[in-house]
Write a protein of this length. Structure first.
Length: 550
């Protein structure tokens, strides 16, 4: 045991003598202020003895440190702070107060560097507030922080009052060009400390080369890229035993390789599809493209899990570069690159041979001739009086389409367009009239007077029946824009007259009175307004059909 004036020992072993001599500074000149801080005596004396042994026997320095670390971590818990000062065994616990206390100083040396660390200890030893007196851990912390300029609260929370130690699982991979990708994963042995912040040394090596890098690990799962200048095959965590850790492991992950199987397809004047083969280990892919003449890549997609991407908005007849890169869990791969050329302007002719057949009051068949180069056809129809086309078929390969749901006695427009590869043709257009039904919907029972007449549309066949004796039928129509129009009464089985009347239904404006079954016709220039047609039988035939074309 060391005393200020007389030290006695059970043996004269070098380490023990160095330990007791160390107490001259740490135990005598400055002693612990409470039993909780006993490590300021015993941890320091143990550390000074270790420094002596390392100087005299350097070949065994690292193995001795690692053996001591194995002792410290033989149990998952235990703090350097004495949590039971009523127990002598706890106060003088060899694992915690002596060995772990000593290794807290190893870690402080590793964090601060020997120059700053030993300068701080000299300041601690000459601190007038504690010199030749009592000190607590807070006094040591204050001197270390004042000298280093660092806040060491986290360290003393983790290692002095906290319990346990970290276990590292380091994932790493060669990242090309002498670089390594590193992911630091950590678990802790005791719940009092969820994560230990430490700078960790990693020694990368192969059969002929080695390099040690330091990563300042402040969060779990933290990723680092380091340049070592060669391709390693192995890594050693904390090779010189500066840190209190246990059961560390390093796992080499396969490098993220280069994508293969690049293909460009479905190329048109403005679009293309690019695809590639799946790469083992890839989480997703990044795809870029650009005009070959441009130096700027355009990102098409960043994290797609698909094996193809559709590109749009391209310039016709142009050479494009495209590239794809795999993104693995630990690093991105290198880009693989390919090219394609968009199609030049394509032409697609206009369909001919338009015909309408099988026309009924509610349906019709429209057809056309085949066009060379056409892949399929688009067909639309509408009432001639409407401005809205209705699609009947979008990509039919047939040369005819059946139309249904038509309105009787109505004029219809229809059109057809060819769809070729990379282009569409111009529409070709034709008309047909759905057959009227006799009597038609405008031959109402009240049409014996102008007031009961139905309003009929223009450019429409109107079918109706009229009694041969004393019967007069009226039809009303409206002109919205002035101009010339013709009214025709056709398909007459006997002699009929047709008159045109003003909006009051009684003032005659014109009349057609041809003999026999000849068609009656009135051609006139109209102003905008309402007009009436009057159909009158002039003989006494049986019931007959009258068609008026307006």
């Amino acid at each position: 045991m060391e005393h200020q004036t007389s030290t006695f020992v059970v043996n004269i072993g070098e380490s023990l003598c160095a330990h007791e001599l160390g107490h001259q500074w740490f135990g005598d000149k400055i002693t612990c202020g409470t039993w909780k801080d006993i490590w300021l005596n015993e941890g320091f004396a143990t550390h000074l003895a270790s420094m002596y042994m390392e100087q005299k026997y350097p070949s065994s320095a690292i193995s001795t440190r690692k053996s001591e670390i194995s002792t410290i971590t033989s149990q998952p818990g235990g703090s350097v702070l004495v949590d039971d000062t009523t127990s002598v065994d706890r106060i003088f616990d060899s694992r915690l107060s002596y060995t772990k206390g000593s290794h807290l100083l190893y870690m402080l040396r590793w964090i601060l560097g020997d120059n700053v660390f030993f300068t701080a200890l000299r300041n601690y030893q000459t601190d007038p507030a504690i010199m030749y007196g009592f000190a607590t851990t807070a006094d040591l912390k204050r001197n270390l922080e004042q000298t280093s300029g660092q806040d060491l609260t986290y360290f003393f929370n983790d290692w002095y009052s906290g319990q346990g130690y970290p276990t590292y699982n380091v994932q790493w991979s060669n990242a090309g060009s002498g670089n390594v990708w590193i992911k630091m994963n950590q678990t802790t042995s005791h719940s009092s400390v969820p994560f230990f912040e430490l700078p960790v040394a990693l020694q990368f090596k192969n059969a002929t080369q080695q390099a040690t890098v330091m990563v300042n690990n402040i969060s779990n799962g933290e990723i680092f890229f380091k340049s070592i200048g060669f391709v390693p095959t192995d890594v050693v965590i904390d090779p010189d035993g500066w840190l209190i850790t246990r059961n560390n492991a390093a796992t080499q992950l396969p490098a993220c390789c280069t994508v293969t199987g690049l293909v460009s397809s479905a190329i048109t004047t403005t679009t293309a599809t690019v695809s590639w083969s799946a790469l083992s280990g890839a989480s997703n892919y990044t795809v870029d493209y650009k005009l070959n003449s441009s130096g700027t890549w355009i990102n098409a997609v960043t994290d797609t899990t698909s094996l193809s991407v559709n590109l749009g908005g391209l310039t016709q007849g142009s050479l494009y570069d495209w590239r794809v890169r795999a993104n693995c869990t630990f690093e991105p791969g290198t880009y693989a690159q390919a090219q394609f050329t968009t199609n030049a302007t394509s032409t697609c002719g206009t369909v001919t041979g338009l015909a309408s057949s099988a026309i009924t009051s509610s349906g019709a068949t429209v057809k056309w001739s085949a066009l060379s180069g056409a892949n399929n056809y688009t067909v639309d129809c509408k009432l001639a009086s409407s401005g809205t086309w209705i699609n009947a078929a979008s990509t039919t390969i047939s040369l005819s389409v059946n139309l249904g749901g038509l309105t009787a006695a109505s004029l219809y427009d229809w059109r057809v367009r060819a769809n070729c590869t990379g282009a569409t043709g111009a529409y070709a257009q034709a008309q047909f009239t759905a057959i009227a039904v006799c009597p038609g919907p405008y031959d109402v029972s009240t049409n014996g007077t102008a007031g009961g007449a139905a309003t009929v549309p223009l450019n429409t066949d109107i079918k109706g029946k009229i009694t041969p004796r004393g019967d007069i039928d009226h039809y009303r129509f409206v002109i919205t824009t002035g101009g010339t129009a013709t009214i025709t009464l056709t398909t007459l089985p006997a002699n009929y007259d047709m008159g045109l009347y003003s909006s009051n239904g009684t003032t005659q404006l014109a009349i057609s009175q041809k003999s026999g079954t000849a068609s009656e016709t009135i051609t006139r220039t109209y102003t905008a307004g309402t007009y009436f047609i009057r159909v009158m039988a002039t003989t006494t035939p049986p019931t007959m059909l009258i068609t008026a074309i307006l």
